[in-house]
Design a protein around this ligand. Structure first.
Ligand code: UGA
Length: 369
């Protein structure tokens, strides 16, 4: 059932999830105004006991703040505040929902624990029952750790470039150690999306507020923020000036299987090279409409991947959509002005491409042409 009436939804519900946006302020701090406003509205409309579950990604101690709002605007005894962070990934959210690695429940009473466990009873997984602050921290800590792994791999990829080693072999072998795992160790142009960059900035902000300096988080962001430039320099080393050069781009979304371009490294890349005078023709299977809202007419949008490469001086792969990996590269070579491929996600078969006569460059890939 759908409703835009908070009053109606509150009256009809035993459990209410708060899933509103928590965007970053210019300082990186999470903006919690929507959480506060919706809490106030729910509190005002309570008429029976309701479990309020904080689902949005929020800094530690937000549930305490929500409680304060309920103490002011709600009636004592009619509410309890719980935390139940989500770990869904864009593009596989439904699968992730039914197959979670864990369900984290931060509660203050057995009653709330029972209500939430009952709600999720059909899902077979590990239930982590804890307090609200720990639950809130689990979310920020998890996302930051995943992002840290990516930046770690990206810094390693730069080392590989310098000494002519192979990042894929390095991270593959690292990942065989179960304590490390191969997940989120793929080097590339860096992480984007509406979660990692925002959550790391918010986590950094909150740790500073707590009087701590969690330098690793800052380093993770710093490596990520310079990875696109690092990639652009590779292109410049080969192509010399970017000014007036036609560059083909494959991929606009922040990762495959989504049309989301928020904080996409591909968009960052494009903005940077057009500021140097490059003429970009881009193609993405799903994200063109969203990219147009951001990049407007500053680039050309191709109707398919082959049209994008026509007469371009190089091809840059920025999002690892399957259709790019399986493209007909003989055809690509005929269409390009010069046979240069820069693989920002390390997904193409460079041995094959080199056999076809391409100059190939990935990030930390051992392959001299
Ligand atoms: C992320 C987390 O993975 C989810 O668990 C979490 O629930 C979600 O944020 C959230 O906080 O809501 P999501 O942003 O959908 O999910 O995307 P990821 O699949 O985590 O990828 C994030 C970025 O990291 C992408 O740009 C991807 O290309 C990049 N990435 C990922 C790498 O560069 N290398 C890797 O090895 C893995």
């Amino acid at each position: 059932e759908f409703s835009d009436s908070i009053k109606y939804a509150t009256e009809k519900s035993e459990i209410i999830f708060i899933c509103v946006n928590t965007p970053p302020k210019p300082t990186g701090e999470a903006d919690l105004i929507y959480v506060e406003e919706v809490s106030k509205e729910i509190a005002r409309n309570l008429s029976k006991f309701t479990l309020i579950v904080e689902k949005s990604t929020v800094p530690v101690e937000t549930c305490e703040r929500i409680k304060q709002v309920f103490e002011i605007y709600g009636k004592k005894g009619l509410y309890e505040i719980a935390s139940n962070p989500e770990f869904l990934r864009e593009g596989s959210a439904v699968y992730d929902f039914f197959n979670p690695d864990r369900i984290v429940i931060g509660v203050e009473s057995k009653k709330a624990e029972k209500m939430l466990k009952n709600l999720y009873k059909k899902i077979k997984t590990t239930f982590v029952i804890t307090d609200t602050k720990s639950a809130e921290l689990i979310k920020h800590a998890s996302n930051s750790f995943l992002a840290l792994k990516i930046s770690y791999a990206n810094m390693l990829s730069r080392i590989c470039d310098i000494v002519n080693a192979d990042i894929k072999m390095v991270t593959y072998a690292m990942g065989l150690d179960k304590r490390i795992s191969s997940e989120f160790l793929k080097a590339g142009i860096g992480f984007g999306g509406s979660c990692f960059p925002k959550d790391l900035m918010a986590f950094n902000f909150i740790t500073k507020k707590l009087g701590l300096n969690f330098k690793i988080i800052e380093d993770t962001l710093e490596i990520n923020n310079t990875q696109v430039d690092y990639f652009i320099n590779k292109i410049k080393n080969k192509l010399w000036n970017l000014n007036r050069k036609k560059i083909a781009v494959w991929g606009l979304s922040f990762k495959p299987e989504t049309d989301d371009v928020r904080n996409s490294q591909a968009i960052e890349f494009i903005k940077k090279i057009i500021s140097e005078g490059a003429q970009v023709v881009a193609y993405d299977p799903k994200a063109i409409e969203n990219a147009k809202k951001v990049l407007k007419e500053s680039i050309l949008y191709a109707k398919d991947k082959y049209t994008a490469v026509e007469n371009a001086e190089c091809l840059c792969l920025l999002t690892e959509w399957k259709e790019f990996i399986n493209a007909d590269f003989k055809k690509v070579k005929q269409l390009l002005q010069a046979p240069f491929i820069f693989d920002g996600r390390n997904v193409l078969n460079y041995k094959y491409l080199k056999k076809l006569g391409f100059y190939y460059e990935g990030i930390g890939i051992r392959c001299t042409s």
